[in-house]
Write a protein that binds this ligand. Sequence first.
Ligand code: NI
Length: 226
Amino acid sequence: MLLHVPDLLTPDQVADLRRRLADAPWVDGRATVGGQGAQVKRNRQLDEFSPVGQELGRTVLQALLANPLYMSAALPLRHMPPLFNCYEGGEHYGLHVDGAIRSVPGTTLQMRTDLSCTLFLAGPHEYDGGELEIVDTYGTHEVKLPAGDLVLYPSGSLHRVHPVTRGARVASFFWVQSLVRDTARRRTLFELDQNIQALREQVGDNAAVLGLTGHYHNLVRAWSEV
Ligand code: NI
């Protein structure tokens, strides 16, 4: 399931991040990728150990944890600290899949990548090209979102970033290990939760809504890994 989360960051937060990223230490994007990805990845990203990158990453994480749509869809157990990248002058990232297991920088912890996320920090009018193309069982999707918006998709999907032919595409990207490993189950829980929320808006907390809420939590209990 591919999900668009609008307005994860406010315009003020985006402007602040962009201002601070402008002076930050950018390195070759191949620093954080395995063999297959290294052959097709051409971009720059913020040094993952840079203090400014870590601080900006915490801002993104706080916004994620406060966003009900994101939390309902991702059911996160662990987040990789958000990284930041920039594509310009024809830079691109060819077709690839994200590695299944990643080490969390600065720790001995490993995590499984269930979901991949891109948070757009440049508006579509600022650059040409740079679409994130995601191939899933429903076909091929091209994603280019307003600054502050996020897309989330299963990490097992083949994806690429098209060459940026004008301007600069600035984004944050990261991976999530979900409490619910299976994509179909995660989607079932998301749809059930969204429908319960809609029903609650319409009829309030009657016995049937409470019953369905209990059913949702029992499914999370059955399917989650903690
Ligand atoms: Ni990727």
